[in-house]
Design a protein around this ligand. Structure first.
Ligand code: PGA
Length: 249
């Protein structure tokens, strides 16, 4: 089944108004007539509106890294999915391991956020992945199954849901599972998705994330059930991020 690769840049808590990264990427996008892949950048909230104006018309999509479960109200410091939509986002990353760890987000909260995001018309990039201790104790599949079942909202389909498999121990460490391991876990996730949403799961994109870089992207992106990447560190350099995207075809 042909699934259009999604190359997503998770900037995390990086980026200032003066940086040229988004502008460079927008120009690279414009230099190409057509793209076999879809590309999205997910900068911090502070840059969303400005970058939206920079990348307008380039084909590059805008995403956020989190949202609240509510559309508005008395929630000091929070950002609602309606606000993200208003500022031009089409995607939101939810359930990233850094949110789960730094902010104690559990599957139920991730599911509530995802439900609100879908209601606001955003597409959800739902992150799951095991820690190193869980991997070492043979719980990789169980952990990913539990997170997937617990955090997936109702009403999802291939055009509003993307799954990102990110082994926590591979994030920012330079380490990755072997390619056969990545394929096996992605195939397992797709099988689980089929039990949850039926044949539609064949069209849902499952991204790999965790130390993806130009040197390993080609072989990872070529795996049968890998449909793109969620890229942190390497998405902060335009040439690296672009080089990864070019290997997704
Ligand atoms: P990394 O991060 O590419 O820097 O490992 C990936 C992520 O956390 O989404």
């Amino acid at each position: 089944m042909a699934r259009r690769p999604l190359i997503a840049g998770n900037w995390k808590m990086n980026g200032l108004l003066a940086d040229s990264l988004a502008g460079t990427l927008a120009n690279l996008m414009k230099s190409q007539q057509a793209w076999s892949f879809e590309m999205v950048v997910c900068p911090p909230f502070t840059l969303l509106h400005y970058l939206g104006t920079i990348i307008a018309g380039s084909g590059l999509a805008l995403g956020a890294q989190d949202c609240h479960t509510r559309g508005n109200g008395a929630h000091t410091g929070d950002i609602s999915p309606i606000m993200l939509k208003d500022v031009g986002c089409s995607y939101v990353i939810l359930g990233h391991s850094e949110r789960r760890t730094d902010h104690g987000e559990d599957d139920a909260l991730v599911r509530a956020k995802a439900t609100a995001a879908l209601e606001a018309g955003l597409k959800v990039i739902l992150c799951i992945g095991e820690t190193e201790a869980e991997r070492d104790s043979g719980k990789t599949l169980l952990v990913n199954q539990t997170q997937l079942r617990g955090s997936i909202p109702a009403g999802v389909h291939a055009t509003n849901l993307v799954i990102a498999y990110e082994p926590v121990w591979a994030i920012g460490t330079g380490r990755t599972p072997t390619n056969p391991e990545i394929q096996d876990i992605h195939a397992f996730i797709r099988k689980e998705l089929i039990t949850l949403i039926g044949a539609e799961a064949e069209r849902v994109r499952i991204l790999y994330g965790g130390s993806m870089k130009p040197g390993n992207a080609g072989e990872i992106l070529a795996l049968t059930d890998v449909d793109g990447g969620l890229i942190g560190g390497a998405s902060l350099k335009a040439e690296d991020f672009w080089a990864i995207a070019q290997q997704s075809a």
